[in-house]
Write a protein that binds this ligand. Structure first.
Ligand code: SF4
Length: 723
């Protein structure tokens, strides 16, 4: 008898069947994947070994009981709040958490501690999409569904190596292309594996997407390809957006694209009604990420192409539950259930619903600023749940120094990481298959993650730890959940609370408020909204097909004027290259899970620096030799790979390796902390850098059961550590 659950990796949110022996297959009934899997999902059964798992709470490196650890956390957080106020403490959470974990963390920090200093690693992933959606639609809404990818005649992939990062959606698109003849355009500075199915690849200058899509808006207007009737009825602001849009020739110059290629793309977009634009981290992880998103949304608003089969803008979410985190307000500038701090009525509504004594009144610190506050000493206690900021945040060395000097650091995780090493208290968290809850994927589909094995040692779910700390801080009744079903029902009730009439929030899952425990256990994947009343938004698979109403004051969508600005760190004589970072096919984030699976490590067994052969020759580098790569923020050494598919003047390094897995350490040590002014999302794809040869008389592969050796060695050890 197999258990139906959901993949814990990317935002596609594939359904899985897990057999009693731990083997994993795709769930043929799950609408995200219909039985398909990628290499990471298929290898999940190999990640279930207890080897290397954190098994017991630890205080200052010694084993402790749960009571001792939880008492100490509650006491230290209370002490810091008493002495320095609620904004002296923080939570940093994760798109890996289940919605129920996320809900409780957000409620505790924003409603009871009284600060909004809870941010998520989703800030690094899709915060710019959230901001763009809110600017255009008034609410964080993805209008379409995965079927649109199969029903489109033109699929535009922007800043997305879909083949490696959302492989099952890529499989669905590739299959549709075969049967339907879908035209595919890939917009990406690199020629990635996704280009294997592209009819056109536009290797644009990094960061110039705003000019590309603003230029498209002007082209649509000049060719009478806009849907004037739709725009007039359902939108505002078109003239202002058009006024700052460049001509085709200007866009070609800014994006460094051949004018014929750009014109071909613009033509295809203009004449193809069923167009879907899928975008991911190349758009979001940018100092202009929000403007990039709005430049794309503007083109879909101008053509009225959203919410109908085969058309719409589509943010591909990186993490398995980034969307669920957004629903519960897991970002520092959100409240809960798509409410925010701009409207005092929202703050009061959440306060009354939670019966919250000290509800936060203003947004908290976003991830980069939050860790700056840790470094500056104004955050004095932080709890990090299910994420590894010591490796994943920009200027990672500075983040580590900040955590090392922070008076009180708690980390809950499944495995030892670069971040657990800096914690005063480490809590063993239950992982995938060991805890119950829900996740929401990129198409707004809520799916269950189910238990199919016991947690090892004393590992416990995050929601339980948070509730135990809340109870010890004096908040008993309001955190007395019997299990995740209780939490989910409360989350659903908040979504429906006072959510009627004008100005209603589209995120509404009121239909699920009355789920029994058994119904929650059996819950089938479903897309929100599911309001459970006669009020019909416009269907739940797709939204806005009828032109709204959007969640704005007047119910209309908003065009946003977007002007291209150059990237934050421009190359110059001293730092002549642009450092881009991204994923490889078989690894996930900082490799805490995938780095333990030999067959996944075989795809790319060590970190590497990819560069164009002409650049390599100019800097005296050859294939397979080691290069030193430096930015204003740090330096490391990696083996060189040559690729003609890399633009000249740009280099690429994968984001995954950390000190736990290679002496090259995390590439984010080199990455600048420039960030989008609206979303706060850092620019992880364009740091000014330089390279030089790093001659090695010899090199070796270190195989060890002692992960700390990789971090300590001064050798050019680029092999992985087998835990
Ligand atoms: Fe998991 Fe994403 Fe692969 Fe699906 S595509 S199996 S969700 S990693």
């Amino acid at each position: 008898m197999s258990v139906r659950t959901t993949c814990p990796y990317c935002g596609v949110g594939c359904g899985l069947l897990v057999s009693a022996d731990g083997s994993v297959s795709g769930d043929p009934k799950h609408p995200a994947n219909f039985g398909r899997l990628c290499s990471k999902g298929a290898a999940l059964g190999e990640t279930l070994s207890p080897t290397g798992r954190l098994l017991q709470p630890a205080i200052a490196g010694r084993s402790a009981s749960w009571d001792e650890a939880l008492d100490l956390i509650a006491a230290r957080f209370a002490e810091m709040i008493d002495c320095h106020g609620p904004d002296a403490v923080a939570f940093y959470v994760s798109g890996q958490l289940l919605t129920e974990d996320y809900y409780v963390a957000n409620k505790l920090m924003k409603g009871f501690i009284g600060s909004a200093n809870i941010d998520s690693n989703s800030r690094l992933c899709m915060a710019s999409s959230v901001s763009g959606h809110i600017r255009a639609f008034g609410e964080d809404i993805v209008p379409g569904c995965y079927e649109d990818i199969e029903e489109a005649d033109l699929a535009v992939l922007v800043g997305s190596n879909t083949a490696w990062c959302h492989p099952v959606l890529f499989q669905r698109l590739a299959a549709a292309k075969k049967t339907r003849g879908t035209r595919v355009v890939v917009i990406d500075p690199r020629r990635t594996e996704t280009c294997d199915i592209a009819d056109l690849h536009l290797p644009l200058r990094p960061g110039s997407d705003v000019a590309l899509f603003s230029g498209l808006l002007r082209y649509l207007a000049d060719r009478d390809a806009c849907d004037i009737g739709w725009m007039t009825r359902y939108t505002t602001g078109f003239d202002a957006a058009l006024a700052c849009a460049p001509s085709l020739a200007e866009a070609a110059t800014i994006t460094d694209s051949p004018i014929a290629d750009l014109a071909a793309f613009y033509d295809w977009f203009a004449v193809t009604d069923r167009t879907v634009t899928l975008y991911s981290q190349g758009v979001n992880q940018s100092a202009a990420g929000t403007d990039k998103v709005n430049a794309i949304l503007n083109c879909h608003l101008a053509t009225g192409r959203l919410g109908r089969p085969g058309m719409g803008p589509f943010s591909l979410t990186g993490q398995p539950n980034a969307m669920g985190g957004r629903e519960v307000g897991g970002l520092a500038n959100q409240l809960a259930s798509h409410m925010g701090f701009d409207d005092p009525a929202d703050i009061d509504r959440v306060r009354r619903f939670w019966r919250a004594p000290y509800i936060a009144q203003h947004p908290g610190l976003k991830a980069v600023d939050l860790f700056e506050a840790v470094s500056a000493g104004s955050i004095k206690a932080i709890w990090i749940l299910g994420t590894n900021p010591a490796a994943s945040l920009p200027r990672a060395a500075r983040v580590r120094a900040g955590l090392a000097s922070c008076p009180f650091v708690v980390v809950s995780d499944c495995w030892e990481t670069d971040t657990t090493r800096l914690a005063h208290i480490v809590l063993p968290a239950a992982g995938w298959g060991e805890k119950d809850g829900t996740v929401t994927n990129s198409e707004r589909r809520i799916s269950r993650q189910r238990v199919f094995r016991s947690p090892p040692g004393e590992a416990r779910p995050d929601w339980w730890m948070l509730c135990e700390v809340a109870r010890r801080m004096g908040w008993h009744g309001v955190f007395a959940y019997r299990g995740p079903a209780d939490i989910f029902r409360e989350h659903a009730a908040l979504s429906a609370f006072e959510n009627e009439g004008t100005g209603r929030r589209i995120f509404d899952i009121g239909e699920l408020v009355t789920l029994s425990d058994t119904e929650y256990e059996k819950l089938e994947p479903l897309q929100w909204p599911a309001p459970g009343r006669s009020v019909k938004v416009s269907g739940s698979a797709r939204l806005f097909a009828e032109g709204g109403p959007f969640s704005t004051e007047n119910g209309r969508a908003r065009f946003v004027p977007t002007r291209w600005k150059s990237q934050a760190e421009l190359p110059d004589r001293e730092w002549p290259l642009v450092l881009n970072t991204g994923r490889v096919r078989d690894q996930w984030h900082t490799m805490t899970r995938t780095g333990r699976v030999p067959r996944l490590m075989m795809h790319q067994e060590e970190p590497f620096l990819t560069m164009h052969p002409d650049d390599a020759s100019a800097y005296g580098l050859t294939e397979g030799e080691f290069a030193r790569i430096e930015s204003r923020h740090g330096a490391t050494v990696m083996r060189v790979r040559l690729s003609g598919e890399q633009r000249r003047g740009e280099v690429f390094v994968p984001m995954h390796w950390t000190d736990c897995f290679a002496s090259a350490g995390p590439i984010n040590r080199l990455v600048s902390a420039a960030k989008d002014p609206i979303s706060g999302q850092p620019e992880l794809k364009a740091t000014a850098a330089k390279v030089s040869p790093s001659p090695s008389p010899w090199w070796g592969l270190l195989l060890t059961t002692r992960p700390e050796l990789a971090a300590k060695t001064k050798l050019h050890c680029t092999g992985h550590v087998c835990p």
